[in-house]
Design a protein around this ligand. Structure first.
Ligand SMILES: Nc1nc2c(ncn2[C@@H]2O[C@H](COP(=O)(O)OP(=O)(O)OP(=O)(O)O)[C@@H](O)[C@H]2O)c(=O)[nH]1
Ligand SMILES: [Mg+2]
Ligand SMILES: [Zn+2]
Length: 292
C-alpha cells in the first residue's frame, strides 16, 4: 500500500477528495481526532481506488469562523481572501469586514471583488466599499457572466478563498475561471429562505502550478469569538501604528483620556465607523465570555 502526498480539494463532513500524483482519490481520515480541511496538504495511504488520510502536514494558515458555541475551520493554507459582493442581493459591510478581520488575524491578505458590474446599481455598491478601499484593500470590479480577466492576474501565485454571502456569484466566477468545473449556481431568493445557499461544501480548483482558487458555501454570519481583544485590535490594519501608544496600557479605546485611537478618529486618520465596529465587536466578545 503506497503512501502518497496530496492536497485536499474537497471536504465534506467526514469524507474528502485528495488530489495526488496518481489522480484524485476519495478519502476518509484515520481515527477520530485527525481533522482535515480543504487546502490541507496530507499524507494518504492508498488502498485501491480510495485512500485514508494518515497525517495532515503543518499549515501555513488556518482560516476559521466561530459563533458563541463553536469554531469551524473553513480552509487551510489560504494566502489570499477574495470577498465577493454584488449590488444584488444586497450585502452586509459588517460581514465583509468580519471576514477580512479573520483573515488579517491569520496574516492573510484580502481582496474585494465587486461582481455583477452589469447591474445598474453597481456604483452605489462601489461607494459602500470606499470604507475599505481607502484603507488600502484592492478592489476588482467585474461581471462573472462576461469577463473574468480582471481577476485572473490577482489570483496568480496565491491560494485564494472566495468567500461571501449567498448569491454574490462565487460559483459563477469559478465556472468562468475553470470551464469544466461545473459548479452549481442558482438565483438567490431572499423571499424563499434566508438560510439557503447553493454551494454546500468547499472545493479547490487549480489554475496553474502555483495558483489555486477555493469556492465556499455562502455565509449568513461570521463571528469572531476566537479573537481576543488584543488580536481583534491588531486585525484592524490601520489601527496598528497606534496600538500600545494609549495613555493607559489596558485602554479599551472607548472614552479613556489619552486614547490614541480616539484621537486618530477625531483627526480623520482612521474612519470613526471602523472604531465603532471595533467597539461593538469587542462588546460582543465580552458578552460571550460572560456567558461561558
Ligand atoms: N447579472 C449578473 N448575474 C450574475 C453574475 N454573476 C453571477 N450572477 C448570478 O447570480 C446568481 C448567484 O450566483 P452563484 O454563483 O450561485 O452565487 P454564490 O455566491 O456561489 O452563492 P452560494 O453558493 O449560495 O454561496 C446566479 O443566478 C448567477 O447567474 C454577474 O456578473 N451578473
Ligand atoms: Mg456557490
Ligand atoms: Zn485607546
Amino acid at each position: 500500500m503506497a503512501v502518497l502526498t496530496g492536497q485536499v480539494v474537497a471536504a465534506f463532513s467526514r469524507r474528502f477528495i485528495v488530489a495526488t500524483a496518481a489522480g484524485e482519490l476519495p478519502c476518509q481520515v484515520r481515527g477520530r481526532h485527525l481533522r482535515a480541511v480543504c487546502g490541507d496538504r496530507v499524507e494518504v495511504r492508498r488502498d485501491g481506488d480510495a485512500g485514508v488520510i494518515e497525517a495532515v502536514l503543518p499549515r501555513a494558515s488556518l482560516l476559521y469562523r466561530s459563533d458563541a458555541f463553536k469554531s469551524k475551520a473553513i480552509a487551510a493554507n489560504v494566502t489570499q481572501l477574495a470577498v465577493v459582493v454584488a449590488a444584488r442581493p444586497s450585502f452586509s459591510m459588517e460581514l465583509v469586514q468580519r471576514c477580512i478581520l479573520a483573515a488579517e488575524d491569520q496574516g492573510i491578505a484580502s481582496l474585494l471583488v465587486l461582481n455583477k458590474a452589469d447591474l445598474p446599481e453597481t456604483p452605489v455598491a462601489r461607494a459602500r466599499l470606499d470604507l475599505l478601499t481607502r484603507i488600502g484593500y484592492p478592489l476588482v470590479t467585474l461581471s462573472a457572466l462576461s469577463d473574468v480577466t480582471p481577476l485572473q492576474s490577482a489570483l496568480r501565485g496565491h491560494t485564494t478563498l472566495l468567500i461571501g454571502q449567498s448569491g454574490m456569484g462565487k460559483s459563477t466566477l469559478i465556472n468562468a475561471l475553470f470551464p469544466g468545473a461545473d459548479a452549481v449556481t442558482a438565483e438567490y431568493s431572499e423571499a424563499l429562505d434566508s438560510g439557503r445557499h447553493t454551494t454546500t461544501h468547499t472545493r479547490l480548483h487549480r489554475l496553474d502550478a502555483s495558483s489555486t482558487v477555493i469556492d465556499s458555501p455562502g455565509l449568513q454570519e461570521f463571528a469572531l469569538q476566537h479573537l481576543d481583544a488584543g488580536a481583534l485590535a491588531h486585525a484592524f490594519v490601520e489601527f496598528r501604528p497606534y496600538l500600545g501608544q494609549c495613555r493607559f496600557r489596558d485602554c479599551k479605546h472607548e472614552v479613556e483620556p489619552g486614547c490614541r485611537l480616539q484621537e486618530a478618529a477625531a483627526a480623520g486618520a482612521i474612519d470613526p465607523a471602523r472604531l465603532q465596529l471595533f467597539r461593538s465587536l469587542r462588546r460582543l466578545q465580552q458578552n460571550a465570555a460572560q456567558r461561558l
